[in-house]
Design a protein around this ligand. Sequence first.
Ligand code: NOJ
Length: 741
Amino acid sequence: MNTSELQLLDMKASPDDRARALLGQMTLTEKIGQMSQVEAGHGHPPDYLGERLRAGLIGSVINNVNVETVNELQRIAVEESRLGIPLLVGRDVIHGFKTIFPIPLGQAATWNPSIAKEGARVAALEAARSGVNWTFAPMVDISRDPRWGRIAESFGECVLLTSSMGAAMVEGFQGESLADTGSIAACAKHFAGYGAVESGRDYATTNVPDTKLRNVYFRPFHAAVDAGVSTLMTSFSDLNGVPATGNSYILEDVLRGEWSFDGFVVSDWDSVRQLQIHGLTEDDRESALVAATAGVDMEMAGDAYSNHLQLHVEEGSVSEAHIDAAVMRILRIKFELGLFENPYTDPGQLPAFADKRAMKAARDSALQSVVLLKNQNGILPLSEKKLDSIAVIGPLADAPYEQLGTWIFDGDESLSVTPLRAIRDLVGSEVDIQYVRAMENSRSRFNEEFYAAVYAARAADAVLLFLGEESILSGEAHSRADINLPGDQVELVRRVRSAGKPVVAVILAGRPLTLSNIIEEVDAILYAWHPGTMGGPAIADLVFGREVPSGKLPVTFPRLVGQIPIYYSQKNGGKPPSADNVVHIDDIDTFAPQTSLGMSAFHLDTCYTPLFPFGHGLSYTTFEYNNMRVSEAEIPLGGTIAISTELTNCGDSEAEEVVQLYTRDLVASITRPVKELKGFTRVRLSPGESKTVTFELHTSDLAFFGRDGKRTVEPGLFHVWIGGSSDTDHRAEFRIIQSQD
Ligand code: NOJ
């Protein structure tokens, strides 16, 4: 045995040394095999990939979660191929595996990274039980367009919130060590700018200036890299004229050059071949060349690499050193995962699906994700003691599959506890529950059953109206141009309202919906996103006051679709709107039109503010913020400042508040957002209790990428706010000064 063979076998050698030793023994064909992922879904005979596996032509498979088949594929790769290299087994484990957690946008509404981490850990344990060792999550694309179906999979509009939740998920999936049983490699996707697709149409073009890429879209990816994410996936989209899958600026210059990322990059499904459809390349052959040289290490579910890369190397258009670097990155992750020691999955070594831990985590996550948007006259919580009967109405009250949301390939709908079931369990025989589905699904336009809904509402003391979107209305390729409640739901609300009873709307949806047309028709709104397996019990606990809502919006809710994009960290512009420089279309003075029009950045036919701002979320108690202080009026560059406030629970319930810290850099060499989230924390307070909440900021937290693409902190005045929503006016200020030394 030569030294490199010995090193390969030496488990104490580093993954890097072992990968290098292995690489030294590989033929070019075997190397390109590692760069190829193939679809291995169900329905294929087990030996379907056998020949290619034996020849070392496959590095990874996707979409098989039958543990026996996966073990058999691993066995062929390990025992029957020349070098015995185990497979990466990939699957979209997005917000749970069998046990489903709220959609990522819902998880972001918890503003609680530890909730996301635990959810990802549970998902990893369940997925690993099926032989999966690589997930394509988290999606950390900043999403400021609720029309985009994939906003459901995102953590919303904010750089810091997305970065924190994404990093927490990476930690949950990958565990303390990738080699631990139950750890799976994570994949931050879709690099980069995917969330900026024009008009929210999935796969459409993205045009994002470099300063915005760097200050907004890149940053959650950088945070994922800092959290140790193993892999990144490219976006399907065209980015400033160069589709991400062929974009060496983002992959080589930024990701590898500036961030020193040493994991590997996978394309999105068939996106290497799509370079030709974009019009960047002539054919698959050129696509393979462009993607590989741009820095895509593995091709997902396409055959451009396997058909053409070898020829490119032989002809000299791609160097073998370039291929080696890509293969090294892939092999390193395989070594880190411990696959060479343990390629097989023994389900007995992993927790059962949907065990106690999983169900508790799903319930906690759902509980903290629900946002109380409106609660007129404190109608919520309903007290079962004072009510004899409740009408539960709507297509989403008892829809076990729909409450799970998008991207739940392996989710088990039979585990779902629906709101109707949970409400019945909670109130027992004390309260009469009349259930009327009223619509076949959320899109139905038939209203024959509305009379039954009105009848039930009249006979009840209160109405719980379950509205929203079925899961198919959001997710990949499921964008909408109209984000009102679909079907005849608005009419259902109006009819039910006419019964004259208190109406609580519980909305299950994959995106922010425009709610202007029902907001006045209901007394309260609980926004529950698609809350997952344990959504029902979480909603029931909140409705009846066993728990207090604490979710906060991770994304701005527009009044009308025409306001999009509307997000809290917008720029001020030269003519910012305010209450005294806008006019409404109905108030235009016909006889003096020129003078009555406001001259600012607003729409004539709606208000310039959103319906609900980022960070908004009510509670059953009220929190007061007082006595805001900054530790210094001036801090030198490189210094730290403490910003604190006193928070008091002024109501009767023990509750949690998400305290949010925002800053504004007033004057800078490029214009800066009017507010940027710089910190957040959950604080639990008993009735009457007060606490001082303190945030520390280092001047580097106030850095931004300037005109030259470099990170900089500029001295000057900063405003700082602490509050329970982005529209807080609880403000102080400080100044950054040049340091003396
Ligand atoms: C396409 C999606 O864009 C991506 O997010 C997903 O991971 C792959 N398909 C694999 O299913």
